[in-house]
Structures are given as C-alpha cells and as structure tokens.
Design a protein around this ligand. Sequence first.
Ligand SMILES: [Zn+2]
Length: 353
Amino acid sequence: MNLLEQELDYPFGAQMPDSGSTLEVAPGVRWIRMALPFALDHINLWLLADEIDGVAGWTVVDCCISREEAKAQWEAIFAHELQGRPILRVLVTHMHPDHIGLAHWLCERWKAPLWISATDYYAARLGSQSTTGFGGPDSADFFVAHGLSDEGKLAEIRGRTSYYPSMVPAVPRRFHRLMDGATVRIGAHDWQCISGYGHAPEHMALYSPAQGLLLGGDMMLPRISTNVSVFDQEPESNPLQLFLDSIDRFQALPADTLTLPSHGKPFRGLHTRIRQLHEHHRDRLAEVLVACQAQPCSGADILPIMFKRPLDAHQTTFALGEAVAHLHALWFKGQLQRRRDADGVYRFQATVA
Ligand SMILES: [Zn+2]
C-alpha cells in the first residue's frame, strides 16, 4: 500500500476473488477479477443480480479483452457462479479493450443486449475495424510532432496497425444507449448514469443511491491515476481539464460511498481520492510549468520529468499522450504558448518567466 492509499479504506482488506470465481461485495453485487497481459495486470468486472421481463438473471459490467484465458475464466463463472441464471444484459463503461473486448462474445452467447454510451459504441465499432491512436502512421506522425525521435519506438508504433482489433475483434451490431442523468433499473435497484470525460470519449459510471455503491469504471481508481492522453485523432484536445472537471461531479455523492473501481480494490474515501487526484495533477502541472519556464519544451522533453523510469514503445505512447495532456492544460489556461519549430516539433514556453 502506498502512502496515499493509507488515507483510503479497503473494507475487504487483502481479500480478492479467485480466478473463475466471484466475491460478493454487497447484496446481489459480485466482484470478478481477470488477468491482463499488460503492466496493468488485471481488471475488475461485476455481476449485478437483475430481473428483466420477469426473468431473473445477471447484468455483467465490463468484459475483459478478447483472449482464450478470459473466455475460460468466464466459462468457469458461467458454470459455478450464476446460480443457474442467465446473463441478461452486458453493460460497458467505455470503449477501451479491457472493458469491451469480449462484449460481442458475451452478447452473442447469451443473446443479451449491449448497454453503452453512444460515443463509445461508435468509437469501438470504428476501432475494431482499424487502429485507434495506439499505433499506425497517423499516431507515429503525432508523436513525431511532439518530439519523439527514437526510430526504434517510432517503427514499432508505425507497424502497430491492428492493435485495437487484436483485443476487440468485433462489437455487437446493436446497442442500448446510456446517457448522463439516465436511470437504469438493475434488479431491485436504480443506478444513475454519470458521464465522465478525458479518459474515454464518453465514459459512464453508475451510482446506486440505495446501496451507496459507485461503479467507477476507470474514472475513479484508488491506486493508480487514470490515463489522460491527447491522441492523434483529436490533437488539440484538453483531456486533463475534462478529467478533473468530471471527477468533481463525484463530490456530490456521499462520503461513505463504496467505490467499485475497474482496477485495484473496492474502497471508501471517495472525497479523499478526488482531492488526491487533483493534488497529483496539480504537482505534475507545476513541474511541467517550471520546465517550460527554463526553456521551450516538447512533449518528449517533458517525459523524463513526469516519468522517472525507462519506457518501452507501448508505455511511451501512453506517457507521451499524458505529457501532451499536461502541456495542453497549461496552454489552454494561457500559462504556456505553443509554437511549431522548423523541425516540425511543437514546443511550449511559459508566458510568464
Ligand atoms: Zn479505460
């Protein structure tokens, strides 16, 4: 546990569901944990007791990436954890591969509908047919414009043209739209949709007032900070400001809300975590501003300031996207100005020394 985590309460301690099984975290709410083959090595998925048209069953929240290990784990859950009831609905918080990868497989297998925000649905449909900002020539050009010059990493990024489809080979052909402010009835409880921005196009968290539960998705994580990146498709975006504004919306929820995050463990201390995340980004922004006061900096120049460890090509795409997000937040505020130099690289300089 790091120092910041010590300010949070993990009501289940070190308890976690075993592979292929579930752990009840509230009546009718079960926690599933699946392995991921990345540095971020797991994702949490949830089973909510449901009843639709008089049929008792389950709503699944998020799916894991498409791969045999995850399907096998789902099979074990179908066999032992559903109490003989079907999956009635597949609800996805956002379009990232670890969340939507197996939605097509789950929906097809159970003849269940997909519930997701419209923006993320279309982004996933498009992404499953081509690359999406994590690779390919457009992505490499974007990183070059932000100062990445390592030819090996650029070649790897350029060559990665089917990264998203490799984890999300298909997306269901139809969906039910989740919208901010809408209420979804799941079994005995109402869940309110809370949209969030800056991490995915239109992320949906769900809050159950009666149970005091927040399905936070990737917008409210206890241990790591959510990735907030500028991508090549939207090169002049300000995702960090969107993210910070979005997490402030959770401030209205009760302090003792139990947050069920997509990574890490269920926790209490929602308001504390909102403050910690603001402080984290405030400190990063201050470091970036100091660097840009000393000399004009590209995104690549900011990398070693924000990330004090070696990064491989995959990590570089995330890290550089984050570095540009911090530069843009300061640029949009007027604290930095941007220029494009003769070498084609964007550099940012403090407007006040
Ligand atoms: Zn995500």
